[in-house]
Design a protein around this ligand. Sequence first.
Ligand code: BYC
Length: 314
Amino acid sequence: MDDDAKLIEFEAKIKRGEKIEPKDWMPERYRKQLIRMMSQHAHSEIVGMLPEGNWITRAPTLRRKMGLIAKVQDEAGHGLYLYSATETLGIGRDEMVDQLLEGKAKYSNIFNYPSLTWADMGVIGWFVDGAAIVNQTMLARSSYGPYSRAMLRICAEENFHKKQGYEIAATLALGTQAQKEMVQNAVDRYWWPSLMMFGPSDKDSPNTPLLMKWKIKRKSNDDLRQRFIDLTIPQAQRIDLTIPDPDLKLNKKTGHWEFGKINWDEFYEVIRGNGPCNKERMTARRKAHFDGEWVRIAAEEYAKKRKTNHSNNN
Ligand code: BYC
């Protein structure tokens, strides 16, 4: 079969709702888009450990500390599933990590903001994991088999994270005046960057048309952002927190919340590397990579030794 015929068969398969698996033929652009998106996603999980890791030693109770450690550990696990799933597309983990450390690969805008108070642990779980679930529930139906299966596992765990975050936020919101102010302040700082997590508006999103055509993405950035807003506002109302948007209005006809203008200049500055914490995050990741070198060498030597022993015994 020539490439044109293969493309027709590939697209027919996607239309029938069948998954594309690693050994199946796929157009180069499909492979490249998946590597871009999945490796960014993996990096986001790993960099995303930093703002929360910052609060493990300062969690207010042992129960909170255990919950936060478990969440951060889950994020490491998600990064590993996603690096493995991306490796099925023919790129090595080393190469992906190099791209991150050299500043060539992106990771989610949201992790370039500081975690200033304990309330941020609640609001990150509630908004950031909440946004991730909305996005990733859609990606669990992605056309690429390894990505969609990784998403199923990840979403199950993100649900715990979101509930844990909302419970922290609710406890503070119903607490003392100082606690209520602390959580309101976290909501004020994290609301708009969380909306930016869904990416630029559809009209400014260069990758969406192809991703949707090949069912890598099943819904557009704007549709997912709207869903997140519609789900989150009643949750904020229930615990008497104010969303920092004076233009929020429920459209009774459509059932959707209308919202104010997103500051896209801020978004592009952050993803170009000029957000409040970009440099700090990359310095931390480079240091972790450098400090971990002896572990990688030891693991490689051990694997070599096992291989030699195995062939000597046969
Ligand atoms: N941040 O054409 P567009 C988590 C870039 S972590 C940074 O709309 P696309 C968690 C985009 O890459 C959640 N950059 O792109 C972890 C593109 O630039 P390039 C992470 C962004 O791919 C720890 C350009 O802007 N989730 O769950 O169609 C603790 C134009 O955008 C962002 C994922 O990564 C952004 N927010 O749509 C707690 C999910 N948005 O690459 C929680 C997988 C856009 O052309 N990814 N850009 O140079 C996706 O669903 C999609 O890639 C996006 C963007 C919706 C993010």
